[in-house]
Design a protein around this ligand. Structure first.
Ligand SMILES: Nc1ncnc2c1ncn2[C@@H]1O[C@H](COP(=O)(O)OP(=O)(O)OP(=O)(O)O)[C@@H](O)[C@H]1O
Ligand SMILES: [Mg+2]
Length: 245
């Protein structure tokens, strides 16, 4: 039997033009910083933007936004929280209150379906999704249940990170999903290191975001974050990510 939530998800996301998920092969490469900053930058431009945190074990976008969400309001579903620049936020943090969650296997898929089915996003230009690291349930489920999905990959320029990212590209390929491009994060400014890495798979490198030591001070302060060097380096990559080529 088909899960009834699948058709509810289609309805809930029916007025969302683009869904852009930030994923990576390796953990800790900067997905949450990139996804949250991208969402804030797009919202500041006047677009209607949502941010959905699907990293249940490592939920961190609420920390980057500097919010402590309580339980959300209900209205035939649950309403996202309005944050800086009108950005709409939802994740598991409002329900778990920053405590750890022990979800695995089917329970992860269940929680993802539940969140997608229950949140009333309304009309959005872009719904940004922050994914957990690796090729787990979340990536496979999103690829399966969200029709308008676009994937932004984040990697460091290290061969270790790039190779694992290419494995993720392979898995997505099997599901007929071609990533919109790859952001190289925490790059070194010197020329040799910012050169295009050699990839075994055909993948568009969108650019390099340098290592920005002051990013730590910008976390939790959206106004400073969008005006900082991290955001400035990321901003030119957003056009290609949300515009189908
Ligand atoms: N360009 C950068 N310059 C400096 N620090 C950075 C940069 N990008 C990310 N960081 C820092 O690196 C750490 C990891 O970033 P982040 O949490 O965004 O990674 P992630 O890929 O979401 O991790 P996870 O896989 O655990 O979800 C954070 O402490 C973040 O502040
Ligand atoms: Mg993260």
């Amino acid at each position: 039997m088909t899960d009834p939530r699948v058709s509810i998800i289609r309805h809930r996301l029916g007025s969302v033009a683009t869904v852009l998920a930030f994923a990576s092969g390796k953990g800790g490469v900067g997905k949450s910083c990139c996804s949250t900053t991208a969402a804030l930058l797009l919202a500041r431009e006047g677009r209607r933007v949502g941010l959905l945190d699907l990293d249940f074990h490592g939920a961190s976008t609420h920390l980057i936004l500097g919010i402590e969400p309580g339980l959300p309001a209900e209205q035939g579903g649950i309403l996202p929280f309005e944050t800086a620049f009108g950005l709409q936020y939802m994740g598991i943090a409002p329900f778990t209150g920053d405590r750890g969650v022990a979800l695995r296997g089917d329970a992860v898929t269940d929680a993802i379906l539940e969140l997608l089915a229950v949140v009333i996003w309304g009309e959005l230009d872009v719904l940004v999704i922050d994914m957990p690291p690796g090729i787990g349930e979340a990536v496979l489920d999103i690829a399966r249940y969200v029709e308008q999905i676009r994937i932004a990959l984040v990697s460091t320029a290290s061969m270790l990170s790039l190779r694992i990212m290419e494995r993720l590209v392979e898995v997505l390929d099997a599901g007929h999903i071609r990533p919109a491009g790859c952001i190289l994060n925490m790059g070194r400014p010197d020329k040799e290191h910012s050169a295009q890495p050699r990839l075994e798979r055909d993948l568009k490198i969108l650019g390099t975001v340098p290592y920005v030591p002051e990013l730590e001070e910008e976390i939790g302060k959206p106004d400073r974050l969008v005006g900082g060097r991290f955001a400035a380096a990321l901003a030119p990559m957003l056009g290609p990510l949300i515009t189908p080529s």
